[in-house]
Every structure is written in structure tokens, then in C-alpha cells.
Write a new protein. Structure first.
Lengths: 255, 18
């Protein structure tokens, strides 16, 4: 729902204008705010940043060792609760403390899902989000022997820049695609430059994604394949490579 | 003809400079 539509349904709604750069929402404020939250969360366990506002947190050790919350001595657990059930219970206590600490130090609220593996925890978090529209999401992982392990990674594993063109704003010429790819590559180059300066990191692969449909067949389910190539630093080179990737993808898409 | 309703570019396989 767009702002003017929301205003019709809820006249009292307070709308704010987010910062805009290159006719796109500027997410740098959110990105930096996310780093503040991650800094607090990472005190309790291995932390893997999953997106701009999501992290996986492995609290296994904290749940096992947290002083005063020893799962072996929990008196209120059911008799058939096994060790892993008790770890989850300890996890809820730790997450509650973390959420309080995040709120106290950053003013942000978090939603959490707690489970023995990342996927289930993520689903739990998603269910909670239906009822609690919090800004930042925390997912906890209490056991390492089910599913993928939480990777210790406080920095993002990739950088991206995207733009949607809904309805009549859909692009239909190579020139318009090139214009937007140039903008997106500029933004991506800025992120890469910051990462290089601040963290001494470089990216090695450039990937282009596009959503497309044929004007004569708007119900087509055919996907525009993602295309990748080695990433060469330099905005102009990235812009050139992105356009080449697009044209390769378009060629395949059109068969 | 074709229509593009979304574009994204991303950079991955990020490593620290040795």
C-alpha cells in the first residue's frame, strides 16, 4: 500500500519521508543502526549478520554456561524435558535480557525466534513478526548438530543495490536499463569502497539479477537468469560489465 | 517486446585482503 492510499484508509497515520539518494531509499541509516544492534547482540554468542536487519545468533555456549541459568538445575521444567529443551528455555532468558539491553542502549526493539537450527528459528521469528512489527530481528540458534552452523560474521557477506519498476514504470529500452544500472553500480561501488577502507575487504564476484516479462505475455513464468562475472573495481568497469551481463541474460530470456 | 520490473547488482565472495 502506498502512502496516499494509506492516508485514505487511516487519515490519522503519520507518514515520514525516508532519505533518498538516486531516486531510491537511502538505507545507510538502517545499515548503521543495524551495526549498533549487532554490537550488543554479539556480546552473548557467535553472531552472523544475515541481512540489513537480521542476524543469526548461536547462544549454545551462553545457554550452557550462563551463570544462574544452568539447564541441569531448572526446577520448573517438565520431567520429560531433555537437555536440548532446557537449552531452549535458557535461550529464552538470554534473549529476553539481550532484547532489554538492545532497547536500553540503542532504542531499537527486536523480535526473536528460538530454535535448534537456523531455519526453524527464522520461521519462529517470522511468525512473531505477524504480531510484533519490530524493526530489527534476532534469531537464536541453540544447538550445532542440526542444520547449518551459525558463522561468526559481524560484517555483511555481500553488498547489493536494487531498484523496482512496477507497473507503468517498467523499463523497456536498453538505454533506460543502462541508465539505472549505472546508478546501481555507483551505489554498489560506494559500498565496496567503504568496505575496503574500513574493513580491508574486497569482493570478487559481480552478479546481476533482473525481473522481466514479455509485453505480449505478462503472465509468463519464465525467469530472467542471474548472471555473474569476476568483479573488477572501478565504477565505469562495473557499469560496463553489468550491462554486458544484462544483455547476455536478456538474450537467453528472449530465446 | 520485453519489460524489466526489477534490477539488482550485487557483489559477493568478499574476502579480507591478505
Amino acid at each position: 500500500m502506498r502512502g496516499h492510499e494509506a492516508k485514505q484508509v487511516f487519515p490519522e497515520i503519520q507518514l515520514i519521508q525516508v532519505p533518498v539518494v538516486r531516486v531510491k531509499a537511502d538505507l545507510n541509516t538502517c545499515r548503521n543502526a543495524g551495526s549498533e544492534v549487532v554490537a550488543v547482540l554479539s556480546r552473548k554468542g557467535r553472531c552472523e549478520r544475515a541481512s540489513i536487519d537480521e542476524v543469526y545468533l548461536d547462544l549454545t555456549d551462553a545457554a550452557e554456561k550462563n551463570s544462574g541459568v544452568d539447564p541441569k538445575n531448572m526446577q520448573n521444567c517438565r520431567k520429560d524435558a531433555d537437555h536440548h529443551d532446557k537449552l531452549l528455555a535458557c535461550g529464552t532468558v538470554i534473549v529476553a535480557e539481550l532484547r532489554t539491553q538492545v532497547l536500553k542502549e540503542t532504542d531499537f526493539t527486536c523480535s526473536a525466534g528460538i530454535a535448534h537450527n537456523k531455519e526453524t528459528a527464522w520461521r519462529g521469528k517470522a511468525a512473531r513478526m505477524l504480531w510484533h512489527q519490530h524493526w530489527c530481528l534476532v534469531v537464536e540458534h541453540c544447538k550445532r548438530d542440526h542444520g547449518e552452523e551459525v558463522q561468526g560474521c559481524l560484517l555483511p557477506k555481500s553488498h547489493g543495490s536494487e531498484k523496482t519498476f512496477p507497473g507503468p514504470r517498467a523499463l523497456k529500452t536498453i538505454a533506460s536499463v543502462q541508465h539505472w544500472l549505472n546508478d546501481l553500480c555507483e551505489e554498489l561501488a560506494e559500498c565496496l569502497g567503504s568496505d575496503l577502507d574500513q574493513n580491508k575487504r574486497i569482493a570478487q564476484t559481480l552478479t546481476l539479477h533482473a525481473r522481466a516479462y514479455r509485453s505480449s505475455d505478462s503472465d509468463s513464468q519464465k525467469n530472467f537468469s542471474s548472471k555473474s562475472c569476476p568483479l573488477m573495481y572501478g565504477t565505469a568497469k562495473m557499469q560496463e560489465d553489468a550491462l554486458n551481463l544484462f544483455q547476455t541474460g536478456l538474450h537467453e530470456y528472449l530465446g | 517486446g520485453w519489460r524489466i520490473t526489477g534490477l539488482s547488482v550485487s557483489a559477493s565472495k568478499i574476502v579480507e585482503i591478505p
